[in-house]
Design a protein around this ligand. Structure first.
Ligand SMILES: C[S@@+](CC[C@H](N)C(=O)[O-])C[C@H]1O[C@@H](n2cnc3c(N)ncnc32)[C@H](O)[C@@H]1O
Length: 221
């Protein structure tokens, strides 16, 4: 297979520092945090995600972890697989300043997830789930500036938390990106032995929804 080019144009390299990481380096770097990429629910944010070289490998590893699981056996239990798939998708976030990169990243992750889903459940594949995957990805991969934390419209970047749907429900809360970063002054002091922590305040709670109808959250946006 021909190697993917690491640049789109010289202009983009000079204006945005856009040089994509090659596959071998992506894999080697992610091997350093293998325990986390194998955990379905561990959260990743790529603040300059490009067309998704790191995020594509992360979702691939998470889906492989789902496939390896014996208990629950996701191969036989479609609803369990679907819920795990949404947890994996919902735990991956990206920001890029270039709109075309964001679109390519969403499309790439969507294809990886839906191809794998279709491969496993060819005859019982649900288009509602597919819509849910697209819905989450479209909100988790944001076009904006990771430095000033504003989206392409100049509004604060907002991320959704998609909470554990293992009882068949998803809970969605929105947070401002700037509030998710560690705020030293506002950190809550714990005992001497524990690291202070900061609890961000959600800006919107969408409540719970059936995991098969995630896209219905659109009605509340
Ligand atoms: C060096 S490339 C890396 C892309 C990807 N992470 C990879 O390794 O293949 C840097 C990316 O950051 C984006 N970028 C540059 N400045 C940015 C900013 N202030 N906020 C968000 N993205 C930015 C560029 O559009 C480009 O896609």
């Amino acid at each position: 297979m021909q190697n993917k080019s690491q640049i789109k144009s010289k202009k983009r390299v000079s204006e945005h520092g856009e040089v994509f990481t090659n596959d071998r380096e992506v894999k080697a770097m992610l091997d350093l945090v293998k325990k986390e990429t194998d955990r379905i629910e561990s959260t990743f944010l790529e603040p300059a995600c490009g067309d998704g070289n790191f995020l594509a490998e992360i979702i691939t590893r998470k889906l492989a972890a789902i496939a390896r699981s014996k208990k629950p056996n996701y191969k036989k239990d479609q609803p369990a697989y679907e819920k795990a798939m949404l947890v994996a998708v919902g735990s991956i976030y990206g920001i890029d300043i270039m709109q075309d990169n964001v679109k390519e990243c969403v499309a790439r992750l969507y294809k990886i997830v839906c191809d794998e889903y279709e491969k496993r459940f060819k005859d019982t594949y649900s288009e509602d789930l597919e819509r849910g995957v697209r819905f989450i990805l479209a909100r988790n991969i944001v076009c904006g500036n990771a430095l000033d934390m504003k989206d392409y419209k100049g509004n604060p970047i907002v991320f959704s938390e998609w909470k554990n749907p293992f009882n068949g429900w998803i809970n969605r809360k929105e947070y401002a990106f700037e509030d998710l970063l560690e705020k030293g002054d506002e950190a809550l002091p714990l005992s001497d032995t524990q690291v202070p922590y900061y609890i961000p305040k959600e800006i919107k709670d969408y409540g719970n929804i059936d995991y098969r109808k995630v896209f219905d959250y659109a009605e509340q946006e």
